[in-house]
Write a protein of this length. Structure first.
Length: 82
């Protein structure tokens, strides 16, 4: 049984998109501390989204694991190496 609804997943996706935008803005003109903070916030939002997708049954445990591992080396949606 899924314990999270799709609207919650959509909200997590919106939050992640906002954090990606913040990260991209920081890359354009932020100092190193601002960039690192934006990257960390984006990674947290990505993990939260992946957890919600897994809980809702939208992705498998294997997909969740791959996505979570990927954000350790590359921030999703930007192509920028961490």
């Amino acid at each position: 049984m899924n314990t999270i609804d799709r609207e919650t997943v959509r909200e997590r996706a919106r939050q992640h998109s906002a954090r990606v935008a913040d990260f991209r803005l920081a890359l354009r003109g932020g100092d190193p501390a601002t960039i690192e903070r934006a990257r960390a916030e984006g990674q947290t939002a990505a993990r939260t989204l992946f957890d919600a997708q897994l809980e809702a049954g939208l992705i498998t445990a294997e997909q969740h694991c791959r996505r979570t591992d990927a954000i350790s080396s590359e921030y999703p949606g930007t192509g920028v190496q961490a």
